[in-house]
Design a protein around this ligand. Structure first.
Ligand code: FHN
Length: 588
């Protein structure tokens, strides 16, 4: 059996009533994830050997028998667990909610549970329920407490999913697992710790739609305002989650949350030193906020309850940046532009736009496509500053142009933010538009899906990537504006299906301005950038396109042959081509 990361979930319908139960979660934008369980004891080492993969999957990866694994509980006595300090860290980092693993796939309840003796109070020499102190501190320090609960995978319960080394799958009775463990434990979590912000369900791999619906009803009956995460299954969450550590190509519709690691593992792993830099984490927070997504960033305390020093330092660095720039993140709406900018990102709040520069702010800055009048531009770190600007229209295309003189602006590392106050709510050119001197990027969410058949089978998924691109009938088209005539290098970017290696071999045809380019996808270049770390952006060079004059054009991408994966469809992959974007780079 393969190890699993997680599939994207369908986007749930947004439930809008007079009372908006997602308001606090949207306002927070940033949350702290905590993976803590018995797996923190072996910390990625089993029988003297470093085990591969993420720490909390050790039992599965090593096929550790239930009786052997359960003995770890006898060694669980975290002398340094300090809920006040953990919640303080969440505050210092600038997060607004905290999600802790109440029960992960190992099946061990990290709370007092009458439903199963396999819990932290009854099965460990510690005899302490860490959730009591945590709930108290969250209330005291003003952080929303949320519980992670693995509702499907449970390697300890004979009827839970995916332990096939101790229990015969043919004899499993999932209904009994739900009745004996899941429902009673959810009742405990939702009645013993005061108001719970959310139950963060995960990995719905074997659940029916009726199972997910029953879970949702159960939670809402006990605490009507408690949210349920998108991984409850079958699109029944209050918001959506893409794959772990996933950064979408552009702005998303609806409510999203990307959960991510500070290194590679979730649960503590002694040998995982692949720490992301604070600059990378802050930039990711900005990137996600600009696309309308929350960021749920994980720590994995060790078996003593100590949070690795590297995690603490990084969270504090994010907090320090947020203390100056929080207005541009917390409660901010996504960018009115659907796409990324090479210089950084934009977020918004009412009539203010925030320009986030990832590098030093350029002295002369130009933005295309903002149609609203600007009143004032100042640095968020120095609100009294004011930068001069000019707004005009491009003669040939009518595109609105904003020129700003940032001379004297002080750089704030790693991201410098400027507040751009507008005379009205922001209006922007809605279509793909060339930005000054840079590539034109065509992303799925800004495309129209067409087909030569009756109905397209392909679609752009909620996470911005193509789904089910398996035929040669369907195509994507974009309308776009070129401001600078000339020749452009064309790169088509694809990525890999979830848990599948990247594979090329799709023959594609690209048409624009009376020219046709044909190419078979291959790994010519892996594009650098934020999104490459877990989901490589594999670029295929397609050749050149020439635009003789400024103006409006359209571009069409269609497959002439899709190389379906050998495994065809799996739980995680539709077996087709995973399109990410097309980049047109001006030739100099
Ligand atoms: O299998 C889990 C994994 O251990 C971890 O908890 C992550 C966090 O999002 N969720 C699942 C994989 O996606």
């Amino acid at each position: 059996m393969r190890a699993v990361d997680l599939s994207a979930v369908k986007r749930p319908g947004r439930r809008r009533s007079g009372h908006d139960e997602l308001a606090w979660w949207r306002e927070a934008r940033f949350g702290l994830f905590i993976h803590w369980g018995l797996y923190a004891i072996p910390a990625g080492v089993w029988k003297g050997r470093r085990a591969p993969y993420i720490g909390e999957w050790l039992m599965f990866r090593e096929r550790i028998p239930v009786d052997t694994y359960a003995k770890l509980a006898r060694r669980f006595h975290p002398r340094h667990w300090d809920p006040a300090a953990i919640v303080r860290l969440a505050k210092e980092a600038g997060t607004g909610y905290l999600v802790i693993t109440a029960k992960h796939h190992e099946g061990f309840a990290m709370f007092r549970s009458a439903a199963s003796p396999y819990n932290v109070v009854d099965a460990t020499p510690w005899h302490c329920d860490p959730m009591v102190g945590l709930a108290r501190e969250c209330r005291r320090q003003g952080i929303r407490l949320c519980f992670y609960y693995s509702q499907d995978l449970d390697w300890h319960h004979p009827d839970g999913a995916w332990n096939d080394w101790d229990f015969d799958p043919a004899k499993k009775n999932p209904e009994r697992y739900f009745r004996e463990k899941v429902f009673p434990q959810l009742t405990e979590l939702l009645t013993n710790y005061g108001p719970v912000g959310m139950i963060w369900f995960d990995t719905p791999l074997t659940l029916s739609a009726a199972d997910s619906a029953a879970l949702r009803r159960h939670v809402k009956r006990l605490q009507p305002n408690c949210l349920v995460s998108g991984r409850i299954g079958h699109g029944l969450g209050d918001y959506s989650l893409p794959r772990d550590n996933f950064l979408p190509p552009g702005r998303l519709n609806g409510d999203w949350e990307t959960c991510a690691t500070l290194n590679h593992t979730w649960g503590f792993k002694r040998h995982d030193h692949a720490w992301k830099s604070s600059a990378n984490l802050i930039t990711t927070l900005v990137d996600l906020a600009s696309k309308g997504s929350n960021y749920l960033l994980n720590i994995g305390p060790d078996a003593d309850g100590v949070v690795p020093a590297q995690s603490v330092a990084r969270l504090r660095a994010i907090g320090a940046w947020l203390r100056v720039n929080g207005a541009a993140i917390r409660g901010a709406s996504p960018s009115p532009f659907g796409y990324e900018f090479p210089w950084g990102r934009i977020t918004a709040r009412g009539r203010t736009l925030y320009f986030h520069f990832f590098g030093p702010p350029p002295r002369r800055f130009r933005l295309h496509g903002l149609r609203t009048r600007v009143r004032k531009i100042s640095a968020l770190a120095a609100p009294r500053t004011s930068f001069s600007f000019r707004q005009s229209d491009d003669e040939k295309t009518g595109t609105s142009i904003l020129d700003v003189d940032f001379t004297g602006a002080r750089r704030v590392k790693p991201v410098t933010v400027f507040a751009v106050e507008l005379a009205a709510a922001p209006q922007v050119e809605p279509q793909t538009l060339q930005q000054p001197g840079h590539a034109i990027t065509f992303i799925g969410p800004m495309a129209r899906v067409g087909t030569d058949a009756k109905k397209p089978a392909m679609r752009i998924g909620g996470n911005g990537l193509s789904e089910n691109w398996r035929n040669t009938d369907d195509f994507l088209t974009w309308r776009f504006t070129v401001l600078r005539p000339g020749t452009y290098d064309v790169t088509v970017v694809t990525t890999h299906q979830h848990l599948e290696p990247w594979s090329g071999g799709h023959a594609l045809r690209l048409e624009s301005a009376g020219q046709t380019l044909r190419q078979t996808t291959k790994r010519d270049v892996v594009l650098p950038g934020l999104r490459s770390a877990y989901y490589p952006q594999v670029g295929t060079r397609f050749g050149r396109l020439k635009f003789d004059r400024p103006g409006r054009y359209s571009l069409r991408l269609q497959a002439e042959r899709v190389k379906l994966s050998k495994k065809n469809r799996t739980l995680f992959s539709d077996g087709g081509m995973q399109f990410s974007e097309i980049r047109l780079t001006p030739e100099h």
